[in-house]
Design a binder for this molecule. Sequence first.
Ligand code: 13P
Ligand code: SF4
Length: 305
Amino acid sequence: MCYLVGMNIREEIQALKRQRNAVILAHNYQPGEVQDIADFTGDSLELARKAAAVNEDVVVFCGVHFMAETAAILNPGKTVLLPTPDAGCPMADMITGDQLRELKAKHPGAKVLCYVNSTAEVKAQSDCCVTSSNALDVARSYPPEQEIIFVPDQHLGAFTVEQTGRTFILWPGFCPTHAWMTGAHIAGARAAHPGAPVLVHPECPKAVRDAADHVLSTGGMCRHIRTRTEPVFIIGTETGILHRLRNENPGKTFVPLLEAAVCPNMKKTTLEKVLWSLRDNQTVVTLPEAIALPARRAIEAMLAV
Ligand code: 13P
Ligand code: SF4
């Protein structure tokens, strides 16, 4: 259904965006057509930084729930809209506030680092958040002898331990989309594309990280590839990023490590839902102050590192 007569859906979104003084932020895993109408596309850290600095009154967040929640926590004066309120992150739901409370009670001297892929309730009980692009720097900002609980991603946690020499108490969470990848996928992709570098996300299991050439966040992959001259790259993460990589690097070829590495929640966003979100002011992301304030402290501690 057309809201503004004579316009196509992209033009309608742009018109409504101007009318509402809104900005559209999209994660690198969003469907291509959503990335194309966004004002900014990036990884979790880039989006958190962007969300903390927007001038517009309304932020339309094309991503999953914890990302929009982070934007709302960082921008209490703005309206943050999530076009897909049913888009959760299974990894974020693998630890509850009560479970973290119990773990902290067993390790009273420990600091808690939590991956931003977590609920606001978990962030509220954490000392500092991390993303896949700054986990190593955040871990190194603590003294080596500091006991650290890391939740919820066991793989990003284990990768951080390997790289920093720190000892973490790990929670056994994982990303179902990345957990499917194996070392055999890398061997197959290398055989099919000899010489092509393999880039994988730190949410991948150890066998995949060990067999790859580089372990990088989605934003890290985009930056790394800009500096390289190889013609073909094998990409071990959610396949939405291939749209951005192909747009930004027209002369290069990008091969997914696993075609089926699709995050169903990231793919819930459509242009229609973005339009309806702006038109009907749906769904506004709000949080109780008692959760938002301590969660904000943990996110700001991360942004300060
Ligand atoms: P990035 O921060 O690397 O974009 O990762 C976010 C995410 O959800 C990975 O599954
Ligand atoms: Fe969560 Fe994995 Fe989807 Fe990222 S790709 S949002 S970690 S389920």
